[in-house]
Design a protein around this ligand. Structure first.
Ligand code: NAD
Ligand code: IPM
Ligand code: MN
Length: 364
């Protein structure tokens, strides 16, 4: 029996509700495939602030350092919105990403036929959409210095700095080209090179990396156009490679293709195998505690955890296949169910977790 240490950080709002379902599925995989998953829970975000007075307690950081992989729900909420930036729940997530050097954020976006009506886009545009956003995660505006508020001559200034080094661009570009090799062999690099200096360097470096991958087609696209193309003709994309802020915004937009932001998983990776896995959505304070949140983005994040950090491809596929069948059979949480004639049964967060578990068990 292989022993894997998995740190689980439920966080705030719907975080604990969706993570609970992810853990159910992970434990099911452990039993069926005879893996010893050592699951340890940690506090993060607002939950940690309330209990320990800081958003990322030392115990949580140590837990994550020792773990083979980390599963996270979401952090943040109105209760903690007025705290200074270094105390905000979101800061804990940024510290984890930066501290563990997880520079590559992979966000797959897949269309499931039964969810066509859950999306506001027309069905003919959605067919065949299977793209992945490769978002640079530890650079750009999020981390560039100087950053902060300043007062000078009686005036108040706020500054964020967009900053990228050659090496930061090169390593994330490689991730995108490697991924494209096993997919449709196309990389769309998204930037704002008509205005931003960081984007001009981005384009140059991506072009250089591309020359080492003659089998991959590279195209460059401005981010404003990309935002439009994603809803106009999303099937044109294979791998979208972009910097931190653009990737954050484009991935929420791309979620609309799948019918709900609750569908999208993510993997944050560095040089080694250790990774942080989380749905791309936030803590959804408007629906927290109602048992209606969609847990599939979290459950699909567990599949990515198995694939990328534990190298358990068969187990990852078992989860992805189960999710596909659950949707094909018409089980849907409220976000997908409304206005969707393909939906057969409205299910709660808990029920969705149980159904995925059942479907995984059925096959193995
Ligand atoms: P959000 O993603 O939490 O919610 C946006 C909308 O999507 C809401 O209407 C919400 O109900 C809905 N939604 C989100 N997840 C859903 C799910 N699984 N099932 C069904 N509906 C879902 O974004 P927001 O409202 O802008 O942010 C709320 C809080 O979450 C903020 O504090 C923000 O900083 C934080 N946040 C955290 C993360 C993270 O932890 N990774 C990501 C994004 C936002
Ligand atoms: C995400 C979130 C985070 C981000 C926030 C909560 C720091 O929006 O994971 O997409 O901007 O990266
Ligand atoms: Mn985001």
């Amino acid at each position: 029996m292989s022993g894997f240490k998995i740190a689980v950080l439920p966080g705030d709002g719907i975080g604990p509700e969706v993570v609970k379902q992810g853990v159910k599925v992970l434990e099911t995989i452990g039993k069926l495939f005879h893996h010893g998953f050592e699951i340890q829970f940690g506090l993060i975000g607002g939950a940690a602030l309330d209990e320990k007075g800081v958003p990322l307690p030392d115990e949580t950081w140590e837990l994550c350092q020792k773990a083979d992989a980390i599963l996270l729900g979401a952090v943040g909420g109105p209760k903690w919105d007025d705290l200074p930036s270094h105390m905000r729940p979101e800061k804990a997530l940024l510290k984890l990403r930066e501290g563990l050097k997880l520079f590559a954020n992979i966000r797959p976006v897949k269309f499931y036929p039964n969810l066509a009506f859950s999306s506001p886009l027309k069905e003919n545009l959605l067919k065949g959409v299977d793209l992945v956003i490769v978002r640079e995660l530890t650079g750009g505006l999020y981390f560039g210095k100087p950053k902060g508020r300043f007062e000078e001559n009686g005036k108040v200034y706020a500054v964020d700095t967009m900053y990228y080094t050659y090496e930061e661009i090169e390593r994330i570009a490689k991730v995108a080209f490697e991924l494209a090799r096993n997919r449709k062999k196309k990389v769309t690099s998204v930037d704002k090179a008509n205005v931003l200096e960081t984007s001009r360097l981005w384009r140059e470096v991506v072009q250089k990396v591309a020359s080492r991958y003659p089998d991959i087609t590279l195209e460059h696209m401005y981010v404003d156009n990309c935002a439009m193309q994603l809803v106009k003709n999303p099937a044109q994309f294979d791998v979208i490679l972009t910097e931190n802020t653009f990737g954050d915004i484009l991935s929420d937009e791309a979620a609309v293709i799948t019918g709900s932001i609750g569908m999208l998983p993510s993997a944050s990776l560095g040089e080694g195998l250790k990774g942080l896995y989380e749905p791309i959505h936030g803590s959804a304070p408007d629906i927290a505690g109602m048992n209606i949140a969609n847990p599939l983005g979290t459950i699909l994040s567990v599949a990515l955890l198995l694939r990328y950090s534990l190298r358990l491809e068969k187990e990852a596929n078992a989860i992805e296949d189960a999710v596909e069948k659950v949707i094909a059979d018409g089980f849907m949480t409220k976000d997908l169910y409304l206005n969707n004639p393909s939906a057969k049964k409205l299910v709660s967060t808990e029920e969705m977790g149980d159904i995925v578990v059942e479907y995984v068990k059925r096959e193995y």
